[in-house]
Design a protein around this ligand. Structure first.
Ligand code: ZN
Length: 240
């Protein structure tokens, strides 16, 4: 938060200051600073249709490739701007559009099952909002029913929806947790995410072995015993 203020306060009026901005921008990215739980979006984010966005991004990406000196008349490269634009809008960033939020039908908890339900090892692919390179990981989600239950596949879909945005892992974790609370009408929700960031392993500090763990605990999951129970289930080795 502080770094964002610092960044916007600097005026572009000298080489020294421009260098300073570069340093701050790198630092913000490498430290993966998150500014809000909501994905920062403009109010006119959906003024353009998907097709209009694809056409615009295609032009911009073509300019990036041209600037890099790539020969876009080459058969292998000429379709890339369109492919990337389509992939951004229709696939890897489709979770930016609330219209793509999965339908979350609820069912009565007929069995009166009142222990925690854990859906673990939900694998996902996302992209770091600071470098636009992949984040890949696994999400583990738990909740205790408040009278309603949700289809198991919806938990996967919800993780996938929020992952398909430029993301920061902390925000991804909180967005999944908060949406589940809202849908299920209970605070008894926990989310743990373990993920690998390619911006850390393939560039910058080039650490190939580290992964990042983030957690969201609310309601009864704030209780140490409940938290420990959830984490114990995550250790079970499942071989099917
Ligand atoms: Zn990054």
């Amino acid at each position: 938060m502080k770094q964002k203020e610092t960044l916007s306060n600097i005026q572009l009026n000298g080489d020294g200051k421009i260098e300073m901005i570069d340093v701050l921008i790198d630092e913000m990215g490498d430290n993966h600073v998150m500014t809000s739980v909501e994905t920062p979006m403009r109010t006119d984010a959906f003024a353009l249709s998907d097709d209009e966005k694809i056409a615009a991004i295609e032009k911009h990406f073509e300019a990036i490739m041209n600037t890099l000196g790539l020969d876009l008349t080459d058969d292998s490269l000429k379709g890339t701007p369109h492919r990337v634009a389509k992939m951004y809008v229709k696939e890897i960033f489709q979770g930016l559009n609330p219209a793509n939020m999965p339908k979350m039908a609820l069912f009565e908890n007929k069995y009166k099952y009142n222990e925690m339900l854990v859906e673990k090892n939900i694998s996902f692919y996302s992209n770091c909002e600071h470098h636009f390179v992949p984040i890949m990981g696994r999400a583990h989600v738990a909740y205790i029913s408040n009278g309603k239950v949700i289809g198991l596949s919806k938990l996967n879909r919800l993780v996938e929806y929020f992952a398909k945005r430029p993301q920061v892992q902390e925000r991804l974790t909180m967005q999944i947790g908060k949406k589940l609370q809202e849908v299920l009408g209970t605070n008894d929700v926990a989310v743990v995410i373990d993920a690998k960031h390619l911006c850390v392993s393939s560039r910058g500090v080039k650490d190939e072995s580290s992964s990042t763990v983030t957690a969201f605990y609310n309601g009864v999951f704030k209780d140490e015993a409940r938290k420990a129970e959830f984490l114990k289930y995550l250790e079970f080795k499942t071989e099917f």
